[in-house]
Design a protein around this ligand. Structure first.
Ligand code: 3HC
Ligand code: NAI
Length: 678
């Protein structure tokens, strides 16, 4: 048909193959090719039925998201809708054969067909909300007709894909095909060739009597899960409209809601974030041909909070681990935490995972490990000692990684005879859950080691972002200035609750002082000490630490915590802040919510600009990915650097100068040229 869509005949069945690597996105050429193929099949007299299948690793990953960034996005989606009508209108049955994934416009295409077959390993979903959108090509109309209203609301408003078996049970697909999907689909097409076509748009039975409680419950849940985001609510509105309107009117309503979303700043930010996440794997000097080391066995030093989490991250990817501690008690404590975590799984799955972990007090077997990850106390001398030991016993070619959150990788590397094999893998807590890893490169690093770390991150299901070696790397270096500003605001008159609430309302997962209390005030103090060179130091944090107010772990920090870790304001802290400020001669005043937000967020931006200029981050979008995946920055604001761009560099500079700070040179240059970070 064209370069994206092939048309072949298997006797009386037309086989239409979408061939648009890597993921068969519905680019304009695919949309056009599909339409032409269906029309062709309808005019060829010998053809009795049509199979649509994807080549490569997937069926169709959805609309081509690049097209949404163009002014022609509206026409583009209208063309997808028209092609799906052509498919649904086909007089000859159209059988969709799904492998890999049918997501977004991919599932919408599948639902416009008359039958759907699926490979057992495939999945389907409407993930548009994650891009700040709703399904725009009939998904909110056809999915409830196939799967029922409740399932459609769940899939359209929450975006999680479902597996083949669940899709079959829900009625989204008609058959699961083991073995050769194409052969199975062609045989099925022959079976149904003489039957009258059954169009999804005509199916009404699952739409009747939708319980209004489905929508209200989903709205409540979506407002919590997607706090601040508009698309999930629009998706629910669209499915609700489906239950009340004729198909053509429902399509119009979906289209209106889709365009509202598409035009929103939220969609722009989320689409930016989608590509930003994928850009992290593009590392200058490293390509697909850079050799990587095989990672079949891992070993971990330290079974504390991070060591245990990292062990689970490896095991969850099927990589066996040895985990070493200094004493039986610490080892038992670490293993108890791991067991508690796996207790949520069915017994058999938990046993399988635990069988991959060998807890021990010696380095036995470390000589077989392809990678050793150190996760001991954050102390340079202790880490150097550990690296000396593991260097002595590990095999040549083994990668030695440190989970340090702020120390100098080069100083750790020099403790070994292989500084080129030493790398920072800065996992975030809880390491088995959090997606971010900062991959920190020392000055001697071999490209193969960086390439291996990037591949490994993907294998662990994580996002590995390259960072240069400086105190705190990217994330913690920035969090320092953010946390400092939060504390200065307290000294100048804001309350703990004001500061936490302002940033929470901005969209942060939690306020800065709530974050301190979660991570531990002692940990935050230590991180700050390593990377702070600024003239003004926060005055209250050291006092809280001295009082044992370390945060949630001691029941008291900036706030007081009850048994269920619910925070409440603590007058003792308010009094401490006030007296500390007075004795330091700091003038106290009423501080607006806007000032709280601007000072904390623009502190991030200004530091981010320094980091970028120093080459510590490869690109502004890498900083954003770190903040979105590791620090609870609201996804719909795109990350701190994208947020700065949305305000405008010159406005950012002006505000920073109002605060009496010095704008980073890069920021000033961008402002002068009217340019942006991203
Ligand atoms: N449009 C454009 N490019 C896409 C794309 C899409 N829908 N999906 C993936 N890509 C690109 C990626 O940017 C990446 O490009 P790169 O190599 O240049 O960086 C490449 O395809 C491979 O993607 P991944 O690295 O993500 O590959 P994985 O194998 O890890 O994952 C996937 C595959 C699960 C399909 C994942 O890519 C994905 O989730 N894609 C997006 C799915 C989605 O959101 N679809 C809905 C789109 S909106 C829509 O359909 C609107 C409609 O209702 C009108
Ligand atoms: P932790 O105190 O919970 O665990 C450290 C463990 O290392 C302890 O169990 C200790 O007994 C063990 N240990 C100390 N010396 C050892 C040695 N020579 N051999 C074997 N085990 C030894 O500390 P946590 O929080 O797990 O931190 C570990 C590292 O991870 C630190 O460098 C920290 O900065 C970093 N990190 C911590 C994060 C967090 O949120 N806790 C986040 C990211 C990094």
């Amino acid at each position: 048909m064209n370069t994206f869509v092939r048309f072949e005949r298997d006797r009386d069945v037309a086989v239409v193959t979408i061939d648009h690597p890597p993921v068969n996105a519905l680019s304009p050429g695919v949309v056009e090719g599909l339409r032409a193929a269906i029309e062709q099949a309808n005019v060829e007299a010998e053809v009795r039925a049509i199979v649509v299948i994807g080549s490569g690793r997937t069926f169709i990953a959805g609309a081509d998201v690049h097209e949404f960034q163009k002014p022609t996005a509206g026409e583009y989606v209208a063309k997808i809708r028209a092609t799906l009508s052509t498919i649904e209108d086909s007089a000859k049955p159209v059988v969709m054969a799904i492998h890999g994934a049918a997501l977004g416009g991919g599932l919408e295409t599948a639902m416009a067909g008359h039958y759907r077959l699926i490979a057992p390993s495939a999945q389907v979903g409407q993930p548009e909300v994650k891009l700040g959108l709703i399904p725009g090509a009939g998904g909110t109309l056809r999915l409830p007709r196939l799967a029922g209203v409740a399932k459609a609301v769940e899939m359209c408003a929450f975006g999680a894909p479902i597996k083949a078996q669940e899709a079959f049970a829900a009625g989204i697909v008609d058959r699961i095909v083991d073995g050769d999907l194409r052969a199975g689909a062609v045989a099925f097409a022959r079976e149904v060739a003489s039957q009258p076509v059954r169009r999804t748009r005509d199916r009404q039975e699952k739409l009747a009597n939708a319980d209004p409680a489905i929508f209200s419950a989903a709205r409540e849940q979506a407002s919590k899960k997607w706090r601040g985001q508009t698309a999930p609510l629009a998706a629910i509105d669209a499915v609700e409209a489906t239950t009340k309107l004729a198909f053509a009117d429902g399509l119009k309503r979906e289209s209106e809601l889709f365009y509202q979303c598409l035009r929103s700043p939220q969609a722009k930010a989320l689409i930016y974030a989608f590509f930003a996440e994928r850009a992290v794997t593009k590392i200058p000097g490293i390509s697909g041909s850079t050799p990587t080391y095989d990672i079949a066995r891992a070993a971990i030093v330290g079974a504390g909070t991070m060591g245990g989490g990292i062990a689970m991250a490896f095991v969850n990817a099927g990589i066996p681990v040895l985990i070493k501690e200094t004493g039986q008690e610490a080892l038992d404590r670490g293993m108890t935490n791991i067991r508690r975590n796996y207790a949520r799984l069915p017994q058999e799955a938990a046993d399988q995972k635990l069988a991959l972990i060998t807890p021990q007090l010696t380095f036995d077997g470390f000589d077989q490990a392809d990678i050793i990850v150190e996760a001991v106390f954050e102390n340079l001398a202790v880490k150097q000692q550990v690296f000396r030991e593991i260097d002595g016993i590990s095999k040549p070619g083994a990668i030695l990684a440190t989970n340090t959150s702020s120390l100098d990788i080069d100083q750790i590397a020099v403790a070994t005879k292989r500084p080129d094999m030493v790398i920072g893998l800065h996992f975030f807590s809880p390491a088995n859950i959090m997606r971010l890893i900062e991959i920190v490169r020392g000055s001697a690093i071999r490209p193969e080691v960086t390439a291996t770390a990037a591949t490994l991150a993907k294998r662990l299901g994580k996002i590995g972002v390259i960072a240069g070696n400086c105190p705190g790397f990217i994330g913690n270096r920035m969090i320092n200035v953010y946390g400092r500003e939060a504390q200065f605001l307290l000294e100048e008159g804001a309350t703990v609750e004001d500061v936490n609430q302002a940033l929470f309302d901005f969209g942060m997962a939690m306020g800065p002082l709530a974050m301190f209390d979660l991570v531990g005030n002692d940990v935050m103090r230590d991180i700050a000490a390593i990377s702070s060179t600024a003239a003004r130091s926060p005055l209250v944090l050291p006092q809280l630490c001295a009082m044992g107010r370390l945060g949630q772990k001691t029941g008291k920090g900036w706030s007081r915590y009850d048994e269920s870790r619910k925070p409440s304001a603590d007058p003792e802290v308010a009094a401490l802040i006030e007296s500390t400020a007075r004795s330091a001669g700091i003038e106290r005043r009423i501080i607006s919510k806007q000032e709280i937000v601007d000072r904390c967020i623009l502190a991030l931006v200004n530091e981010g600009a320094h980091i970028l200029e120093e080459g510590i981050a490869l690109r502004a979008s890498d900083i954003d990915v770190i903040y979105l995946t590791g620090y609870g920055f609201p996804a719909w604001r795109g990350g701190p650097m994208f947020y700065a761009d949305s305000i405008g560099s010159s406005n950012v500079v002006a505000r920073i100068e109002e605060f009496g700070w010095t704008p980073a040179p890069l920021l000033k240059r961008l402002a002068a040229k009217g340019k942006t970070f991203t």
